[in-house]
Write a protein that binds this ligand. Structure first.
Ligand SMILES: Nc1ncnc2c1ncn2[C@@H]1O[C@H](COP(=O)(O)OP(=O)(O)OP(=O)(O)O)[C@@H](O)[C@H]1O
Length: 361
């Protein structure tokens, strides 16, 4: 049979088109190049996000079809390059940081910090380079949650602060600089200035994502912070009950006001899961976060159970995703991290061309 390069390229594309959701496929192929030759079949793919489960599923689902279509087994060569997404323009930008993602909540105590730290570690576990900035001036919790309670920020050159490395991520926190009681009395402009200072005066290594744990609420402080930092996107964390959802809605409105994309909602403490017997109970109600996301036309990134280990693990300085003992508590975070990375790619515009699908040999 005569080898038809163009035909085979089209066959591969058609097969992938059946397996990838249309919106995402269109965006991926818009910036793709696929070439096929007859010396063995290798799909060389440069992906703009880290999504190991999504990729494994795609490879598994397409394996049989591709082998049949091309008459030989297909191997994949995958590399990753997370793009820098377009974001609102503010004065200063650190070139080492590709994307800054704020994690916020309309209401205090919904688990925003717990989600921030575990999500940051989950993104890193999936393969990304991740930093975490603790901007929660009312109660910086990252020193405790990362097991670095007695650590203070240091500087090598007398100018830039060295971030703390822990559990596969780097972090800086207002808590590494000042005592908690000092932070509590800060007013808006001071708090916002402190955030910008910690952001701009830290010696961040090259990062795909910097996760910012924002102070809870939607007041002037949060508004000013959101305005003055070059945020790529924001995540709103909520619990399922009505009162939290009303505040989550305020959070979404706040980001709309300052023209920051909302990457999606996460529902924390969705279902109580008993550590002893596994019994599950929806004590705060269920499905509220998903419904709010639907009403707002926003992605729902996922839900997380209410489980004692999440609290114990961060209290002891070893976040659940880093400990990796309870896979049923880790996997929701890995899924949310994938969902976040894919949704950012789907909904934002990359500043540079990113993806190549090339079949070689
Ligand atoms: N899914 C969960 N299961 C069990 N406990 C949780 C869960 N999420 C958070 N917690 C616990 O709830 C408490 C509040 O969480 P966290 O400090 O992360 O909330 P927050 O929204 O950042 O609070 P703040 O408003 O003080 O910033 C902590 O003790 C934390 O360990």
């Amino acid at each position: 049979m005569l080898f038809n390069k163009k035909n085979n390229e089209q066959k591969v594309l058609d097969c992938l088109a059946r397996l990838i959701e249309p919106e995402l496929f269109e965006k991926l192929t818009l910036q793709s190049r696929l070439t096929v030759t007859n010396k063995g079949t290798e799909i060389s793919l440069s992906l703009p996000f880290y999504a190991p489960t999504w990729l494994a599923q795609l490879q598994q689902d397409s394996a049989q079809q591709l082998t049949t279509l091309l008459g030989q087994e297909v191997s994949w060569k995958v590399s990753y390059k997370v793009p820098t997404y377009e974001h609102k323009k503010v004065a200063k930008r650190n070139n080492n940081i590709k994307n800054i993602i704020a994690v916020s909540s309309g209401k205090g105590g919904v688990g925003k910090s717990t989600v921030s730290v575990n999500l940051a570690i989950a993104l890193a576990k999936n393969g990304a380079k991740v930093g975490l900035l603790d901007a929660d001036i009312y109660g910086p919790s990252m020193p405790t949650m990362l097991g670095e309670k007695s650590t203070k920020s240091t500087t090598v050159d007398g100018k830039l602060l060295q971030p703390i490395s822990a559990h596969g991520i780097v972090c800086n926190s207002i808590g590494f600089l000042i005592e908690d009681k000092d932070a509590m009395v800060w007013r808006g402009p001071m708090a916002s200035k402190a955030l910008q200072q910690v952001l701009n005066e830290t010696d961040w290594p090259a990062l795909d994502y910097l996760i910012v744990d924002m102070p809870p609420g939607t007041g002037d402080i949060q508004l000013t912070m959101s305005q003055n930092v070059a945020l790529t996107s924001a995540i709103v964390v909520t619990t399922p009950q009505d009162v939290a959802l009303i505040d989550a809605q305020k959070g979404i409105t706040m980001f709309d006001k300052v023209d920051v994309n909302v990457a999606g909602l996460i529902e924390n403490m969705s279902v109580y899961s008993c550590a002893s017997c596994g019994h599950q109970e929806a004590i705060f109600g269920t499905g509220g976060g998903k419904k709010l996301a639907e009403n707002q036309g926003l992605p729902f990134l996922g839900d997380l159970p209410l489980h004692i280990s999440y609290r114990e693990d961060t209290d002891t300085g070893y976040p659940t995703v880093a400990r990796d003992v309870h896979s049923h508590l880790v996997s929701p975070y890995l899924t949310i991290a994938e969902s976040l990375a894919i949704n950012l790619y789907k909904n934002l515009k990359a500043t540079i061309e990113q993806i190549n699908i090339t079949e070689v040999k």
